[in-house]
Design a binder for this molecule. Structure first.
Ligand SMILES: NC(=O)c1ccc[n+]([C@@H]2O[C@H](COP(=O)([O-])OP(=O)(O)OC[C@H]3O[C@@H](n4cnc5c(N)ncnc54)[C@H](O)[C@@H]3O)[C@@H](O)[C@H]2O)c1
Length: 288
């Protein structure tokens, strides 16, 4: 057993977006720690496959089809979990998607979908689970997956970036509310840096060249520089168990971005991208 995860061992973990990437890895690692895992995702095939893997390794896993953009689906998820397993030890509001494009070219439906998954999915995950977690009266954990993107800005990734700023602010307020109510719920903001997952491969992208180019650059960056989701999960779960608020997979990157953001705001500076980053957003002109 890993050190520092005693608080989680033997408990119940509910993880949204558990069919792929970071969520699937968190579920696998939570099961390794002896947790009963509930895998919630909009892709039934993916969660069934991850659950089968966990079960064949001797762990407990319950796949539950859930669309986190639907508040009632999160209420139903909470009912299912409490009926099946009783108390929840850990809720990770992790499901999130990328949507690329210049703000005014992204269709309204795509805007709504991104904000409903990335922001409302977290809010309503908390609304559905927190009352019963608090009423249980003992130590439990809520972790919301933000991003280092919550500490910066990036054109053509606007829906994602603004949603992660929102999830970070939500998590900070939630932390304070738990203190205000003296509730025994630890709140964490998970701040992943680059993790090699399918998130950009699956992203909706508008037709313009810079959005496509940015998607390719980001896909390549995650594949070549990202840590594995397994490594990310092994970094994240002990920090949640330790009750930390800021949970980073790339501590130096997180600190540098926080520092830059703080300086930018303190100086009331105009938005600006470093020239090399701006250049990377401009596709090569076609040959000939
Ligand atoms: N990969 C990275 O580098 C990185 C960096 C920072 C933050 N994050 C965040 O980590 C979280 C997980 O991302 P990932 O990289 O593992 O992505 P991923 O694409 O591998 O996994 C996301 C999962 O969410 C599920 N999902 C999508 N819409 C859903 C919905 N409506 N309801 C329920 N589930 C839904 C998908 O089916 C998928 O299984 C996201 O919140 C993402 O923003 C990722």
């Amino acid at each position: 057993m890993d050190n520092g995860t005693e608080q989680l061992q033997g408990g119940v973990a509910v993880i949204t977006g558990a069919g792929s990437g970071i969520g699937a890895a968190l579920a696998r690692h939570a099961a390794e720690l002896g947790m009963k895992t509930v895998l919630a995702d909009i892709d039934s095939d993916r969660i069934r496959a991850v659950a089968a893997e966990i079960q064949s390794a001797g762990g407990h896993a319950l796949p539950v089809y859930t669309d986190v953009s639907d508040p009632q689906a999160l209420d139903a998820l909470a009912d299912t979990v409490y009926e099946s397993f009783g108390q929840v030890t850990l809720l990770v509001n992790n499901a999130g998607i990328e949507t690329l494009g210049v703000t005014w070219e992204i269709p309204a439906t795509s805007w709504d979908k991104t904000l409903a998954i990335n922001i409302n999915g977290v809010i309503h995950g908390v609304r559905a689970f927190a009352p019963r977690m608090i009423a249980a009266g003992h130590s439990a954990f809520i972790a919301n997956t933000c991003s280092v993107g919550a500490l910066g800005t990036m054109p053509v990734q606007t829906p994602y970036i603004l949603s992660k700023h929102a999830v970070l602010a939500f998590s900070e307020c939630l932390y304070l509310e738990m203190q205000l109510k003296q509730a025994p719920i630890h709140v964490s903001a998970i701040m992943p840096g680059p993790v090699a997952t399918r998130i950009f491969a699956d992203s909706a992208t508008t037709a313009d060249a810079s959005s496509h180019h940015h998607r390719q650059v980001m896909q390549h960056m995650l594949a070549s520089q990202g840590i594995s989701a397994t490594e990310a999960a092994r970094l994240i779960l002990p920090r949640i168990a330790a009750g930390e608020f800021w949970i980073s997979t790339h501590p130096q990157m997180t600190r540098e971005m926080a520092q830059q953001r703080a300086e930018h705001l303190a100086g009331l500076s105009v938005p600006q991208l470093p020239p090399e980053l701006l250049a990377s957003l401009v596709p090569e002109p076609p040959a000939g």
